[in-house]
Design a protein around this ligand. Structure first.
Ligand SMILES: [Zn+2]
Length: 317
């Protein structure tokens, strides 16, 4: 199945919809996969790829049954995500090589970028898979206590790790990123990093630092990367970005100055684009072939909503 170009707006955002009722929202202990019945489902991550069962003419699924998941052996790490449509849902890490145990045409293995770009699973399953990937990536790197160095153990189904030596609880991290549409009059400020595909421009973005508000991160990153001063900032939308565990916080910001002076360590180019130019970039008919990110990305939503005039007026700074 390929992506659905007819879906736009917030419905098109990758990883933003989830049918998962998280275990963290439940009371009581987490069940184990070994004790679960045949209605249990398991998301298998083999390195950076997720195993999908394909279905002719419709979206595939990463929710494998216990019997079919068994061919990969015992997961190296097993966590309990919660429930989807009443079924208990687990996630597990298997070796990269285990992907070959799930051959075409009944199965395929995709990284999460391709999964979103292709619309390879139902939209409501993308968020669930993103949760699995981000949590498993965190467990893979947090086997030891950051306080005392002792091994830590999975608790709360995988939504926590605990140190038996010093008693500290460790919680999975989410890394907040501010991504901003900076506007001034009839123009908006877009940049391109050196790794972007040719001709593509996007909203500026950067990690929010400890002790910093979202608004101040928008102002700091915009000033650092382009020299443009920013006043008022308003929240618009957010998107989980499981590479490995970011949360993109989309904002609309008011640019106060025109001159652009890029930081060459961060950007290859940045400039102001008029509304009509951005409309052509979204439509794919810009005369210079310039483009914006696809509808699955929050940068696209920010641009489209700005073009359509549905972004909020920012309050005073
Ligand atoms: Zn410890």
């Amino acid at each position: 199945m390929t992506g659905s170009p007819d879906i736009t707006g917030r419905d098109a955002l990758a990883y933003a919809a989830s049918r998962l009722v998280r275990h963290s929202a439940e009371s009581g202990p987490a069940p184990s996969l070994a004790g679960a019945g045949p209605d249990a489902r398991l998301v298998l991550m083999a390195g950076e790829v997720v195993i999908l069962r394909t279905a002719p003419a419709e979206a595939g699924t990463a929710l494998l049954g216990p019997d079919e998941a068994k061919r990969a052996g015992e997961p190296a790490v097993e966590i309990f995500l919660g429930r989807a449509e009443g079924r208990p849902v687990f996630a597990g890490t298997v070796s990269e090589e285990a992907a070959s145990l799930f051959p075409a045409p009944d199965y395929r293995a995709l990284d999460l970028r391709a999964l979103a770009a292709e619309g390879a699973v139902a939209r409501e399953e993308q968020g669930l898979i993103a949760t699995a990937k981000s949590l498993l990536a965190w467990h893979a790197r947090h086997g030891f206590c950051a306080n005392c160095g002792s091994p830590t153990a999975i608790t709360a189904g995988g939504f926590r790790r605990e140190c038996a030596s010093c008693g500290l609880h460790h919680f999975p991290r989410t890394d907040p990123v501010a991504i901003m549409l900076v506007r001034r009059g009839d123009a908006c400020l877009l940049g391109r990093g050196p790794h972007f595909k040719p001709g593509m421009y996007s909203c500026l973005a950067g990690f929010i630092e400890p002790g910093e508000t979202v608004e101040d991160a928008v102002r700091r990153e915009t000033c650092e990367e382009t020299g443009v001063a920013v006043g008022a900032v308003a929240y618009h939308a957010s998107q989980p970005w499981p590479f490995p565990a970011s949360l993109m916080i989309g904002c609309v910001a008011e640019g106060l100055t025109d001159a652009v002076r890029i930081d060459p360590d961060e950007l290859e180019d940045a400039r102001w684009f008029t509304r009509s130019e951005v409309m052509r970039m979204i439509a794919g008919n810009h005369p210079e072939g310039l483009t914006v990110p696809p509808a699955t990305a929050i940068a696209h939503l920010l641009l489209r909503d700005w073009v359509d005039g549905v972004v909020a007026s920012a309050p005073c700074p």
